[in-house]
Write a protein that binds this ligand. Structure first.
Ligand code: TYM
Length: 336
């Protein structure tokens, strides 16, 4: 039986943090052998908020290199750049024309980001989830592994599929495949180091709120030293009154590769002074191999360019077929 297809992506805005890693990429890596995987660097999404043209290309390469450094294996996965496959923009336009405006206006992420930008909100930011739907649907993805914050966008994608199939498909011949989100419980919502009730985010103004995958050991040490805790001795999970404690224990569990039960037992009588060095050590040790591999990949860009060129070609082959299927269903003259 053919393997199920996976598609996911990360935006090239700055480098990746532990939320991106534990919420998304770790899960891609852990289950890659079971699926036919497509992972893109979503550079078209990166310009939905003001961006820096001087760093976009470099950031795009960084994310692609980090996919490989984190353990994505080309024997199971295709890595490509979203804007290099024109079908993404083209399908997004077709989907735009069947997506009601009010579906987009109620997206939580749009509302949150729009508040931050005031008058300068772009049409692209509103349209972000439609482009994301195009990314997924072009590859007939069965599953989309993401963090918890992307759940609403996946629901919107499913609504778009249902609408298109309803309007333009036959009951036995749907135009688009209905994808399922794949959100794993552990790591699906990594919280900020400076506020355990807020998601760890690239857009947080404080660098101290997140640990980036490429942070050197002394920076990791400093961030953990300064992170928010509470005055209680003894550490335990799942206490709504202690969001920071739950988050830091979860990070320690995932980064040290232990079970939740083992960590609960190890830390039950600890104070923060004892715990923080442990978390620091586990974080540095987990990131060191990724950082080494990343430095290697960036030292000779020709390999990375070959990976992306081949990835783009393979992705375009799949995406263009789906695009043609949608165009036909919508009644377009076939491309001559
Ligand atoms: P981005 O770059 O904002 O996030 C990339 C992935 O990281 C996850 N994530 C988190 N997981 C746990 N805790 C956190 N604090 C945290 N912060 C981020 C996100 O859920 C995501 O899985 N819209 C997507 C990019 C995208 C995409 C797609 C994803 C564009 N097209 C198609 C899947 C399929 C995003 O959030 O990127």
């Amino acid at each position: 039986m053919a393997k199920q297809r996976i598609l996911s992506g990360v935006q090239p805005t700055g480098n990746l943090h532990l939320g991106n890693y534990l919420g998304a990429i770790c899960n891609w890596v852990a289950h890659q052998q079971d699926y036919d995987n497509f992972f893109c660097v979503v550079d078209l999404h990166a310009i939905t908020v003001p961006h820096n043209p001087q760093s976009l290309a470099q950031d795009t390469e960084t994310i692609a290199a980090l996919y490989l450094a984190c353990g994505i294996d080309l024997a199971y996965a295709t890595i490509f750049v979203q804007s290099h496959v024109a079908a993404h923009s083209e399908l997004a336009w077709l989907l735009n024309c069947v997506t009601p405006l009010n579906w987009l206006e109620r997206m939580i992420q749009f509302k949150e980001k729009a508040i931050k930008q005031g008058e300068n909100v772009s049409v692209g930011l509103l349209d972000y989830p439609v482009l994301m739907a195009a990314d997924i649907l072009l590859y007939d993805a069965d599953k989309v592994p993401v963090g918890e914050d992307q759940k609403q966008h996946l629901e919107l994608t499913r609504d778009i599929v249902i609408r298109i199939n309803d309007k333009f498909g036959q009951p036995d011949r749907p135009v688009l495949k209905l994808p399922d989100p794949l959100i794993r419980k552990e790591g699906a919502r990594v919280m900020s180091l400076t506020d355990g009730t807020k998601k760890m985010s690239k857009s947080d103004e404080s660098e101290l709120s997140r640990i980036n995958l490429l942070d050197p050991p002394e920076v990791i040490q400093k961030k953990i030293k300064k992170c928010k805790t509470d005055p209680i001795k003894g550490l335990w999970f799942d206490d709504p009154e202690r969001p920071e404690c739950h988050n830091l224990l979860t990070l320690y569990t995932l980064l040290s590769g232990q079970t939740k039960e083992a960590v609960a037992q190890e830390c039950q009588t600890m104070g923060w002074g004892q715990f923080k060095p442990l978390l620091t050590e586990a974080t540095i040790a987990a990131l060191a191999p990724i950082q080494n591999k990343y430095q290697h990949l960036m030292a000779d860009k020709t390999y990375l360019e070959t990976v992306l060129r081949q990835g783009n070609q393979k992705a375009a082959g799949v995406a263009n077929q789906t695009l043609e299927r949608v165009r036909a269903a919508l009644g377009y003259l076939p491309k001559l």
